[in-house]
Write a protein of this length. Structure first.
Length: 134
């Protein structure tokens, strides 16, 4: 199956290797390959919730809110983000500090897998950009 590879180092540091983008098969997967060859991480592209960056480190959020931290070589982030945007429904993650509204409510609900199911109109959550399905 066709795929592309980008050098990276996984956290913890002993998991150095290569990050492979999803293959072109019917059930694409996002994978991380270690050196010597072996799979360190694999998940379906549909399970990728989002990603975030901090000082050369990429965090991929997937499944029920699990995450994997990767260290990327300088300048590799735009390529990796382009691949993630092309093959997943995820988006760049943002940390939100949302105050509670009237009655102590947060203004949104999540299901057990961590996906937002409802956002109250005109709440702090809606104003900050939180939407159902994210």
């Amino acid at each position: 199956h066709p795929g592309t590879v980008a050098p990276q180092q996984a956290d913890p540091p002993h998991n150095a290797g290569m990050a492979a983008s999803p293959s072109g098969d019917a059930a694409p997967h996002l994978g991380t390959v270690t050196l010597p060859p072996g799979v360190l991480f694999s998940c379906a592209c549909r399970d990728v919730l989002g990603w975030g960056f901090a000082e050369g480190r990429l965090e991929i959020f997937y499944g029920a809110g699990d995450w994997l931290g990767l260290r990327l070589p300088h300048g590799a982030a735009p390529q990796v983000v382009a691949r993630l945007q092309a093959v997943t429904r995820g988006c760049e993650a943002r940390e939100l500090a949302l105050p509670r509204g009237a009655g102590g409510r947060r203004g949104f609900r999540v299901d057990p897998s961590g996906i937002v199911t409802a956002v109250t109109r005109f709440s702090f959550a809606e104003t900050a950009g939180l939407r159902p399905g994210t």
